[in-house]
Design a protein around this ligand. Structure first.
Ligand code: ADP
Ligand code: AMP
Length: 224
């Protein structure tokens, strides 16, 4: 292992759509001083820029289906190789399949690196539906809000950057149900995958935002 990477911390936030991964990533990123890499945000950015990748992934995202592993892995590995990731990063929404997890492990292993912690944020399906149907997101910095749980100070405007808030097209009931079923069949196996590797920490995501943040920080912060 190189000296440069010795102090790095790499964390995966694992959990169903709506569990609070993006919400919590904002706190951990600030607290540990490492970037937040959300595969969904990267795909949405590609779509809004109208890139080739954006056009390729559009129909998968509209239906709530997963984008093929090869495309997703290449995109995330490229992002995680950027200079700001030297001290580590928080992965949100990636990996989502065993294939993606193995590709990530292999890429890290080749560099003598590893994933330190996988935080599994557990929340019931009913609560996920409630959260996703009330979710609003900043078009510019992607911060998530909730009409009841964490409303912005000024309706429709992001507290952090002043950007406009919008509701994701795939947060409609039909697509959410498909995303939850895709999560059960393709992503749930990762709980055992990382459990067997001794990296999994389970956090009760049904608590309020602040308590979930405290539980996650205690689990990932090496100084705690
Ligand atoms: P994910 O990134 O896992 O899909 P988000 O972080 O976007 O989930 O959260 C989904 C919705 O639930 C958002 O509207 C967010 O404001 C809200 N939310 C997040 N954490 C909590 C919580 N602990 N309690 C209540 N609502 C929450
Ligand atoms: P998210 O923002 O994490 O809810 O992801 C939104 C959509 O982006 C998903 O429904 C998928 O279509 C796609 N996506 C995001 N991350 C991945 C991933 N790791 N693997 C495959 N598809 C993904």
């Amino acid at each position: 292992m190189s000296m440069e990477n010795k102090d790095a911390i790499r964390v995966i936030l694992l959990g169903p759509p709506g569990a609070g991964k993006g919400t919590q990533a904002v706190f951990i990123s600030r607290s540990l001083g490492i970037p937040h890499i959300a595969s969904g945000d990267l795909f949405r950015e590609a779509q809004s820029k109208g890139t080739e990748l954006g056009l390729l992934v559009k129909s998968y995202m509209e239906k709530g289906e997963l984008i093929p592993d090869e495309i997703t892995v290449a995109m995330v590995l490229e992002r995680s190789a950027a200079p700001d990731c030297k001290k580590g990063y928080i992965l949100d929404g990636f990996p989502r399949t065993i294939g993606q997890a193995k590709a990530l492990d292999k890429a890290l292993e080749d560099k003598g690196d590893t994933i330190d912690k996988v935080v599994y944020i557990k929340v019931s399906d009913n609560e996920l539906l409630r959260r996703l149907s009330g979710r609003w997101i900043c078009r510019d910095c992607q911060t998530p809000y909730h009409i009841v749980e964490s409303p912005p100070k000024v309706p429709g405007i992001c507290d952090r950057c002043g950007g406009k808030l919008y509701q994701r097209a795939d947060d409609n009931e039909k697509t959410v149900k498909n995303r939850l079923s895709v999560y059960s069949s393709q992503t749930v196996p990762l709980i055992d995958y990382y459990g067997d590797a001794g990296k999994l920490v389970e956090v009760d995501g049904s608590q309020g935002i602040d308590n979930v943040a405290k539980a996650i920080l205690a689990a990932v912060n090496p100084s705690e």
